[in-house]
Design a protein around this ligand. Structure first.
Ligand code: SAM
Length: 271
């Protein structure tokens, strides 16, 4: 496949060329002609084209100026509103995207994955759902607590992104995607995930803030055992922290990445 412009690695430009994967992404978004879709990084418009066919309206935010002219030539403004810019400084409200009234579909540039997901959940009007192409390793971590719930599941290793996603949404794996589905071929494998924002968040605002403060402190020193990190963040002595952890059968010597989302909720609720 040849491109009019040479793909930029720094912008995560690995374009999808596998129609089967595009079909799976669009099916997971459960689009109807009433849906408004925000696409991050339309690129050369391959996914955009199918989104236009299946939805009522697409807003597409693309950072690479070199692609804008071709996108504008390919789609009418009635079909796609193309916005040139960085999605991380994009204001969805100005583009008419309101709480529970739009869906996000994206083959994400991987360098923004964590920042983008956090921005959507913490600052944006909530979408009905998100269907995202992410690095396979990121998807596996996000799905880790779910996998652990199954008997015989592999040991889980979460991180701050995975736990935050669990807090705000219900994650599902749509499909794994081989490297050959992209041009240029990337160095890492990918997966499509679907995130459905929770109608009710698990904690009240004050406890939520406390949990995120604890997570940030624990994952800043993720090789450290909880018994060494928690006393200062909870303002308790080691004995009290030890008691707090052993009640729900969490070893004080555990490292933060080995606790499931449910373990953290139990812990915060017992404070
Ligand atoms: N949607 C196309 C596809 O599936 O073939 C392209 C996906 S490519 C992985 C990522 C796209 O996001 C590129 O077009 C890239 O220029 C764009 N992009 C990179 N950083 C961006 C940012 N911060 N805001 C908006 N678009 C960005």
């Amino acid at each position: 496949m040849t491109f009019k412009v040479s793909p930029k690695k720094s912008l995560g430009q690995n374009f999808l060329i596998n129609p089967g994967i595009i079909e799976k992404i669009v099916a997971a978004a459960e689009l109807t002609s009433n849906d408004k879709v925000l696409e991050v990084g339309p690129g050369t418009g391959t996914l955009t084209k199918v989104l236009v066919e299946k939805s009522g309206m697409v807003v597409a935010v693309e950072k690479d100026r070199r692609l804008i002219e071709d996108l504008e030539a390919a789609f009418s403004p009635a079909q796609v509103r193309i916005i040139e810019g960085d999605v991380l400084s994009f204001d969805p409200v100005v583009a008419g995207l309101r709480d529970n009234e739009y869906k996000i579909v994206a083959n994400l540039p991987y360098y923004i994955t964590s920042h983008f997901i956090r921005t959507v959940f913490e600052q944006w009007p909530q979408p009905i759902l998100l269907v995202l192409m992410v690095q396979k390793e990121v998807a596996q971590r996000i799905m880790a607590p779910v996998r652990m719930a199954q008997p015989g599941g592999k040991p889980l290793h979460t991180n701050l992104l995975a736990l935050s996603v669990q807090y705000y949404a219900e994650p599902r794996l749509v499909t794994h995607v081989s490297k050959g589905s992209f041009r240029p071929i990337p160095t890492v494998d990918s997966s499509v995930i679907k995130l459905i924002p929770r109608a009710n968040l698990p904690l009240a605002a004050e406890q939520e803030e406390r949990l995120f403060t604890i997570w940030k402190a624990c994952f800043a020193g993720k090789r450290k055992q909880l018994i060494n990190t928690l006393p200062s963040v909870l303002n308790l002595n080691k004995d009290s922290v030890s008691q707090l952890l052993t009640k729900p059968k969490i070893s004080p010597q555990s490292r933060p990445e080995t606790l499931s989302f449910e373990d953290w909720l139990t812990l915060i609720n017992s404070l």
